[in-house]
Write a protein that binds this ligand. Sequence first.
Ligand code: CTP
Ligand code: MN
Ligand code: MN
Ligand code: MN
Length: 399
Amino acid sequence: QVDESKEVESIVPSYACQRRTTLENHNTVFTDALSLLAENAELSDEDGRGVAFRRAAAVLKALHSPVTDLLQLRGLPCLGGHSLRVIKDVLENGASSEVEFTKQSERFKALKVLTGIFGVGAKTAERWIREGIHSLPQLQDSAHTLNRAQQAGLEHYDDLNQPVTKAEGDTIGEIVAKAVMSVLPGAQMTLIGGFRRGKLTGHDVDFLITHPEEGREVGLMPKVVSWLESKGFLLYQKTTRNSYLESKDGPARPSSNMDRFERCFSIFKLPEDAKQGTKQTETLTEDTPEDTCSLTTPSLVKDEGSESTKRANLKPWRAVRVDLVVSPISQFAFALLGWTGSKLFERELRRWAGHEKAMSLSSHALYDNTQSKYLRASSEEEIFAHLGLEYIPPSERNA
Ligand code: CTP
Ligand code: MN
Ligand code: MN
Ligand code: MN
């Protein structure tokens, strides 16, 4: 029997960008299961299946009460047969047999361990697994030469697989802000990614940098990176130049979802007791000899109490992934919207724009295919308005 109060949820709109999704999730038991299957699909080069599970999970995240009966799901969008089977299994047995089977499979475990290395994607992991490499020691014993990113990823494996807290994000924000202000006074820096959505932890910290005067931001990234490097804050960095071409009547038509801003993927060396201020921070950094970040990753050592592990835990800093993006002020609103996430929310915004509005949305611009023109915006609110969507604030984009 279904009571009327439960029918209210059947008006959930089908695009995640039409919904308000806070971090308060009443259905984690189901969304965790569906997210794991999504992750497994993505790691197996089955993106279509991955998105289907992500969409199903996002619908359940938007509900205001826990699902206790399959009948409550009647009329909800994005719930395919496979997702419904998983939900049914969890409702009836407390867990999904497919999820449990996947979690325990050697293949999934190996994919998780290997893609847990910064710089290693699903394709590389897949290739290694086919060669019988399932663990970090096996990788190290193999003849594979790792690229610079992967070497850094392996070296800082444990640190980078430990969630980053908001407090650590704030400390890094202070350091980056200092770098930005030192090399270009008047430049502005905004926290983006998961922390802007109000998350308490993340896998990295993301910042967007701009300058109120168009063009002043050009060449900013190498200067910021040099400043950070000179103070010993970077363990790794890879800077990519802006490859976005401006034509006479507006930015070039976005051709892919990948944006082309000047950006930097980095690994920060964050002093553990940075709370005492930047002075302390700098002293600590300078006093840390490079060889304390030894080539032995603690996770390679079986014995938890080993000398290597103890030494690693005593190091006065920790490695944290940090993403920096520079945008010209004219594209700032699009960059801000595009880099705040969540990833599914972004994907749904672009799908909405294309399928419902005949528009192309990227992190650079919004193009109206019907009018054959770019739609300008200087705030996220204006972009939602152009798209005919109700404005959804960052804290409600946690789809
Ligand atoms: N993004 C992007 N291009 C990339 C990488 C990321 O546009 N090459 C966008 C993503 O779409 C997302 C945002 O940048 O909207 C942040 O990405 P990421 O840091 O991976 O995810 P978060 O939501 O911040 O999650 P977490 O807290 O785990 O970092
Ligand atoms: Mn609620
Ligand atoms: Mn992030
Ligand atoms: Mn990121």
